[in-house]
Design a protein around this ligand. Structure first.
Ligand code: URP
Ligand code: ZN
Ligand code: ZN
Length: 471
């Protein structure tokens, strides 16, 4: 006995077809026209699109940062993901500078243990190298890859906290090249930005707005170019996270044009929010939008959409790093340096991408599937398990209703923040039903916004080292 999804349109990254989908146990058993209903529970998907569950490759759950800890733990964060149609997240384990990668992995596996509600994986952020020429930490990278962690994050921002220097970055890139692993880069010139930040504070420019003004798009472009160039010299594949503006995009395209193995994501906030609309420098409320890189001028949005459509950028993620406005963002009142950097988004990624992408013709439904699920699975080495509605893969299946109207609000969201970056926005297109490894975990029609599975059911996904699928 399986679950047979009938009368829907299966959307892949390549095409859309009227097909039935049979789920048996945790896997997709058959995808074909007119599968016999005999012996199966039938789910009528008339009018719905049948897609792979979303994969958000950039979240920060239960992460200590900016003097506090991100508000969503693995339970609320993964339930919020599920309600929004995302069935896998890749979170970040952060190496403590004085400790090992193994310690970081243990810490993050403990955080997720018995808490994750959909499947998850981890990138490993390398913040320091131990041993002669970094040998001890670099050797640990082999162990990480063997444990299914095939991507390593390097921060070029946040001096004295997470930032690495070029030597460390280059050594990790060389090792990643040897292991076929992927290097993820937060590309901003942290040293230059810190000089500007200190000058602004000295001039009494302390409001949230100045967080955005202190971080020039050119500081992002410079670091984007430098990271890709170093990766190219090292022979490594590189993936730029949260690319936010057209200067950085130009640097990416330039290096792609020179043959560098360079990929990039942007995040929903950079596609639809702007410094003009959200951070005009008028109120403390703007602390809600303090994240890094910051919001940019509106003129950057269209080039980002174009890069998603033409393939220069491959993925849309969220950089979900939630902090409550009332007590956590409050830490930085009077000094923007102390506002915890980050915003909530994991629940709204697919709604925003569909509404502002597909509904207005910027991307096709197939490109939506590619950006939200198929490319993330391929680039991050899990295409044998996830990222498509195909026989043998995990039955992470999203029934998407392109006609459903939904109003985004903190009052109804699962995310643990007391605000939404998209408060009151009306979107068209929403998850109707969500299956995670064959289990119906969300039914937004019968029980809107509820997670129906058991807490802790989410599993760690081991990923292959495949050099981002472009090696
Ligand atoms: O502001 C952000 N993005 N916070 C999370 C850490 C990062 O840089 O991704
Ligand atoms: Zn970052
Ligand atoms: Zn991040």
């Amino acid at each position: 006995m399986g679950t047979l999804i009938k009368n829907g349109t299966v959307v892949s990254a390549k095409d859309s077809q009227k097909l039935d989908v049979l789920i048996v146990g945790e896997r997709i058993a058959e995808v074909a026209a007119n599968i016999s209903a005999e012996g199966h529970e039938v789910v009528d998907a008339t009018g719905l699109l049948v897609m792979p569950g979303g994969i958000d490759v950039h979240t920060h759950l239960d992460m200590p940062f900016g003097g506090t800890t991100s508000a969503d733990d693995y339970t609320t964060g993964t339930q919020a993901a599920a309600v929004g149609g995302t069935t896998t997240v890749i979170d970040f384990a952060l190496q403590n500078q004085s400790s090992t990668l193994k310690d970081a992995l243990d810490t993050w596996l403990k955080k997720s243990d018995n808490k994750a509600c959909v499947d998850f994986s981890l990138h490993m952020a390398v913040t320091n190298l131990h041993g002669p020429e970094g040998a001890e930490t670099l050797a640990e990278m082999d162990e990480m890859v063997a444990a299914g962690i095939s991507s390593f994050k390097l921060f070029m921002a946040y001096p004295n906290v997470l930032m690495v220097n070029d030597e460390l970055m280059f050594r990790v890139m060389q090792k990643a090249a040897e292991l076929n692993a992927l290097c993820l880069i937060h590309a901003e010139n942290g040293s230059a930005i810190d000089v500007v930040v200190a000058q602004m504070i000295a001039e009494g420019k302390t409001e949230p707005h100045y967080h955005a003004l202190s971080r020039s798009p050119k500081a992002e472009a410079e670091a984007t170019h430098r990271a890709i160039a170093l990766a190219d010299i090292a022979g490594a594949a590189v993936y730029i996270v949260h690319l936010s503006n057209e200067d950085a995009l130009a640097a990416l395209k330039f290096m792609q044009g020179r043959g560098a193995k360079a990929l990039a994501e942007t995040c929903i906030q950079y596609l639809v929010l702007s410094i003009e609309d959200q951070m005009p420098g008028k109120s403390w409320e703007e602390a809600k939008y303090v994240f890094t890189p910051p919001l940019r001028e509106k003129k950057n949005q269209e080039p980002l959409w174009e890069a998603l459509a033409d393939g220069a950028m491959s993925v849309v993620s969220t950089d979900h790093c939630p902090f409550r406005f009332a007590d956590q963002k409050e830490l930085g009142r009077g000094d923007f340096r102390k506002i915890p950097n980050g915003g909530p988004g994991v629940e709204n990624r697919l709604q925003i991408l569909w509404h502002f992408g597909v509904n207005v013709g910027r991307i096709t439904p197939e490109r939506f599937v590619e950006l939200a699920a198929t490319a993330p699975a391929r680039i991050f080495g899990m295409e044998k398990q996830k990222g498509a509605v195909a026989v043998g893969l995990d039955a992470d299946v999203l029934l998407w209703d392109p006609t459903a109207e939904y109003t985004i609000s903190a009052k109804t969201q699962k995310m643990a923040t007391d605000y939404s970056m998209f408060e009151g926005w009306k979107v068209k297109g929403n998850a109707a039903k969500v299956y995670s490894r064959g289990e119906l975990v969300v039914d937004n029609v019968a029980k809107p916004g509820e997670f129906l599975g058991t807490t802790g059911r989410g599993r760690f996904v081991r990923r292959e080292a495949n050099a981002g699928g472009i090696g």
